[in-house]
Design a protein around this ligand. Structure first.
Ligand code: ZN
Ligand code: ZN
Length: 270
């Protein structure tokens, strides 16, 4: 299920861990509210903060090392998929949606619908979303919901950290003295603010795409995707309404045969 911890992403994962704990350390070494509470013996918030940082780091590792949904063989579900596809293709006019089973030119396996080969991971990934360089892993069918949970927890930690860093600024009679006392904290605020904005935008855009039941890859490269390029500009064959899309994304943990959804939706009476 998990990839090698010491694989190609070792440097980026180490950088993530160092960044998370160095920022936490800076918050506790300056005169922030966290430090003041700790000194007064009010440990609930400081302990909660450290636990939340720990949870965010553990979630990061889980998403980073998890199998994103690699297509590892021409499995039994694919036979099922092919059966469905052939059966369904007889029922629909050849000029509308048609399914051509693609075989990947790199790993030579048949690609289920919505999967794509990732050059970095060197595997085809089910319901491919994107390859995340910060995770050094693909985001796909199996780890996408964990990726969103990670982003949500990370955003919470970052905003809390930003508030704490802001509370730690001290006054000084001159700018030079102020910078000497607050320079590190000012740098931390800048880094945390940029990271917060990035995570907020990522989380917002992913939730939007999930609510439409589309992926980043499908959204960005619609015209290049064989099963979408014949659809109208606003037509998404996988869209089952916002609530059902969100429910399916967060609560359906099994492998979905997207060919079934694609053709069933196409044959629904209007
Ligand atoms: Zn492949
Ligand atoms: Zn990848």
């Amino acid at each position: 299920m998990f990839k090698n911890v010491f694989g190609s992403g070792f440097i980026v994962r180490t950088a993530h861990v160092i960044l998370a704990w160095v920022i936490t350390l800076i918050l506790f070494l300056h005169d922030t509210d966290l430090r003041k509470q700790e000194e007064r013996g009010e440990l609930i918030q400081p302990v909660l903060f450290v636990l939340l940082v720990l949870v965010s780091v553990l979630l990061y590792f889980a998403v980073s090392l998890m199998d994103p949904g690699f297509v590892l063989s021409d499995g039994s579900d694919l036979q099922f998929t092919l059966g469905i596809a052939e059966e369904t293709q007889d029922m629909i006019p050849p000029t509308t949606k048609s399914l051509r089973q693609r075989r990947c030119g790199h790993c030579l396996l048949q690609q289920p619908m919505r999967s794509k080969h990732c050059q970095t991971c060197q595997h085809c990934v089910r319901r491919y979303d994107h390859h995340c360089p910060w995770m050094e892993n693909c985001v796909g069918e199996r780890n996408h919901r964990w990726f969103l949970l990670y982003l949500a927890v990370q955003l919470l930690v970052l905003l809390w950290g930003l508030q704490m860093a802001w509370s730690g600024f001290t006054t000084a009679p001159t700018w030079q003295l102020w910078l000497r006392g607050n320079g590190v904290l000012l740098g931390t605020v800048a880094v945390v603010a940029v990271l917060s904005l990035t995570v907020l935008l990522l989380l917002g855009s992913h939730l939007y795409l999930v609510s439409l039941n589309t992926t980043t890859w499908e959204f960005m490269s619609r015209h290049r995707i064989s099963y979408l390029k014949h659809c109208g500009a606003d037509e998404n064959p996988f869209d089952r309404g916002t609530l059902r899309n969100l429910w399916g994304f967060f609560c359906n943990w099994g492998t979905i045969v997207w060919e079934q959804v694609y053709f069933r939706e196409g044959n629904d009476p209007i």
